[in-house]
Design a protein around this ligand. Structure first.
Ligand SMILES: [Zn+2]
Length: 270
């Protein structure tokens, strides 16, 4: 039987729209493997671990390939365009949170959490290391984990506001931070949206739409804790970068692009 996760990624390859279309041109070398994966039962009789590895290799190879000059410079890896319609659904649920929370909850439950989770864990989190590997950045030279000063909730919200509630790197609409998620989950009585202590046990929306802040110039390199050095960042972009600098990963300074609002999206503010 074909691992449903393999099929899921296979569908990415087949998708003909949006960002994936852009990145699919001339990059079909992996489709033969997946034709086989669908048709040849022996080929797909693989362990969960191997399937995970295949998916990671496939997605990273498919979207990024191994040529640094072809990589996007605004973010590590573009998130799947299909997530936008899932976030639209979250927006619908949010509008119903006060008046019809049950309906709101049902809408959130119809969102494909698993697909978002798999993308986050298998692809997004590995994208920085992938870029570092193929751009020849030494693994020995990475910085030590830096000390992050906690910034206040008020300041954080002002930062999200300034950045139009979108990640300054990949542009994904962000929900807010833990406080925003908790409040919304309470409103629609959906504790599973915020439960879980590990990535595997967390909801896909939580992983993909959680926002934090990122120091554009790292603290360890003298970067300040001022707003002029902080940008809103989704977890994918923040943790995907790992300990590498923007330059090491071939990323543009996000301050060179103005944040743009997307509709009336302002996160999970109630
Ligand atoms: Zn992002």
């Amino acid at each position: 039987m074909v691992d449903e996760r393999v099929v899921r990624v296979y569908r990415y390859e087949r998708s003909k729209n949006g960002r994936f279309e852009k990145f699919s041109q001339g990059r079909w070398q992996y489709s033969d493997r997946f034709e086989r994966a669908v048709q040849d039962p022996e080929f797909v009789d693989i362990s969960e671990e191997e399937a995970n590895k295949l998916i990671r290799e496939f997605a990273l190879n498919f979207v990024l390939e191994t040529n640094p000059s072809a990589w996007p410079s605004h973010c590590l890896i573009p998130y799947p365009v299909a997530f936008d319609s899932q976030i639209d659904k979250l927006g619908q649920a949010l509008r119903l949170a006060n008046t019809d929370p049950d309906k709101g909850r049902n809408i959130v439950k119809s969102i494909d959490s698993e697909e978002m989770k798999r993308w986050f864990i298998d692809v997004a989190l590995k994208s920085g290391a992938w870029r570092a590997k193929y751009s020849g950045v030494s693994g020995l030279d990475v910085k030590n984990s830096r000390q992050r000063k906690v910034i206040s909730q008020k300041r954080l919200e002002a930062l999200f506001e300034r950045d139009k509630w979108r990640c300054r790197y990949c542009g994904i609409r962000i929900a807010g931070n833990r406080k925003h998620f908790n409040k919304f989950a309470k409103f629609i009585s959906m504790p599973e949206l915020v439960s879980g202590r590990t990535d595997e046990s967390r909801h896909g929306l939580y992983l993909m739409l959680m926002a934090s802040y990122d120091h554009v110039k790292p603290h360890s390199e003298g970067g300040s804790n001022d707003d002029s050095n902080l940008v809103t960042s989704c977890w994918s972009c923040q943790f995907g970068k790992y300990k590498y600098s923007l330059k090491e990963l071939g990323l543009q300074n996000p301050f060179e692009r103005e944040p743009e609002a997307l509709g009336d999206w302002c996160g999970l503010t109630l």
